[in-house]
Design a protein around this ligand. Structure first.
Ligand code: URA
Length: 411
């Protein structure tokens, strides 16, 4: 086979065979197919797309580029993947909850990049929590607790890591086929029986419209089917942040509230909507496990097993106390019409909660909490958010951004 010929064929809109796609990916990982050739291939896919069969072949080849979980016989293996949003701390609640339902959930998550946060950064705000564990230790924790939450190891889908780095700098990230293969290769390497996708759309999401989110969901469901995994998807709007907190430790605190049967209603609902799809038990039973402390105990056990101390979970607000905590007050009385997730995500990133480059460090303490929710009624002077910042200047900038993000209507 010849890389230039395969690239040219894709450029002309022709379908490639499973063998040809496998050859290209293997060669790329070995270094026989050059970065510039793979970049050209990604651009050809961006313009011409791929069929479900081709996308499944690309997914499979990327999945097989590294280690794949091999689980012993046992309870059903499930997971959830979200395409990313603002204030999205759902994984922290859903993973222990679903494990309480008797499932095994080997959750491999990512870090935040750009305006969307990442589960690994949130977990690392728990002192001592180790996300960088190997496959063997992960397998042991999974066998004992039914849940493990970890990052991608060096040997986990290396083809995706290498290809994503090229896509990032060649304008080829927003291709449905490439996004599908990137996400699904990592999820399929977990060797699951069942997967639920939380596909977000709106101002704070990767996909700006419901139609695009549907197209991505359909692509991922089709690949799951080709690979023999039961995949379902929920489309969820991301026009306002999920819950009332945005920022790493602030989101963990809110997740713990939800695990204690409290917390914002919209957050609890998304957790239950998604958990219901994979857990194999009813919503009522799942709700009871949040309310009676079962899910919280599982979370504490996972924290302890992965190097953290459950006692610290009670003091995260003091452990990560930002030097400036500013209350923002409503300028008038009325109904909240919008709390723009994209603008809040950007403001949170600028406070230091996120990163613009993969190697940047994140600030666990900063962000927003006590955010008002759309549809809520406020009176002039009510607190509509708190800003957690490193300095007064940073808080000033965040306040300007936050006031732009929120709009009111007078009844
Ligand atoms: N998330 C991924 O893991 N890959 C993509 O291509 C886009 C989002």
């Amino acid at each position: 086979m010849h890389a230039a010929t395969l690239i040219a064929r894709k450029r002309e809109g022709q379908a490639l065979s499973t063998e040809e796609i496998g050859w290209l990916v293997d060669g790329f990982v070995r270094g026989d197919v050059a970065d510039y050739q793979m970049s050209a291939f990604a651009m050809a896919v961006f313009f011409k797309g791929m069929s479900a069969v081709e996308t499944a072949a690309l997914t499979m080849a990327m999945m097989r580029s590294g280690d794949v979980f091999e689980h012993p016989p046992g309870p059903v293996l499930v997971d959830k993947h979200s395409t990313g949003g603002i204030g999205d701390k759902v994984s922290l609640i859903l993973a222990p909850l679903v494990a309480c339902a008797g499932c095994r959930i080997p959750m491999v998550s990512g870090r935040g990049l750009g305006i969307t946060g990442g589960t690994l950064d949130k977990l690392e705000s728990i002192p001592g929590f180790r996300v960088g564990i190997g496959m063997d230790e992960a397998a042991e924790i999974l066998a004992d607790l039914g849940v493990v939450m970890m990052g991608q190891t060096e040997r986990f889908c290396p083809a995706d890591k290498k290809l994503y780095a090229l896509r990032d700098v060649t304008g080829t990230v927003p291709s449905i086929a490439l996004i599908t293969a990137s996400i699904m290769s990592k999820k399929m390497a977990e060797s699951l029986d069942r997967l639920v996708l939380d596909v977000k759309y709106g101002s704070g999401a990767f996909m700006k419209t419901r139609e695009l989110a549907q197209e991505l969901a359909d692509g991922m469901i089709a690949v799951g089917k080709e690979m023999g995994v039961e995949v379902s998807a929920l489309l969820n709007p991301m026009n306002e942040p999920t819950g009332r907190a945005v920022g790493n430790a602030l989101e963990v605190i809110e997740a713990i509230e939800c695990l204690d049967g409290k917390g914002p209603e919209d957050l609890r609902n998304v957790v239950l909507d998604l958990s219901e799809r994979i857990a194999g038990i009813s919503r009522t039973e799942l709700s009871a496990m949040l309310d009676d402390g079962t899910a919280r105990r599982k979370f504490d056990a996972m924290v302890a097993r992965q190097g953290g101390s459950p006692g610290d979970l009670l003091h995260l607000a003091e452990i990560h106390k930002a030097p400036v905590i500013r209350e923002v007050k409503a300028p008038l009385s009325g109904r909240v019409l919008a709390v723009d997730a994209g603008l809040i995500g950007q403001a949170s990133l600028e406070l230091g909660a996120g990163r613009t480059k993969a190697e940047d460090a994140v600030d666990f303490a900063v962000g927003f909490d006590r955010l008002v929710k759309c549809g809520g009624q406020v009176s002039q002077g009510d607190v509509i958010a708190r800003i957690h910042a490193r300095s007064d200047q940073a808080a000033n900038r965040a306040e300007v951004a936050f006031r732009r993000a929120v709009s009111f209507g007078i009844d």
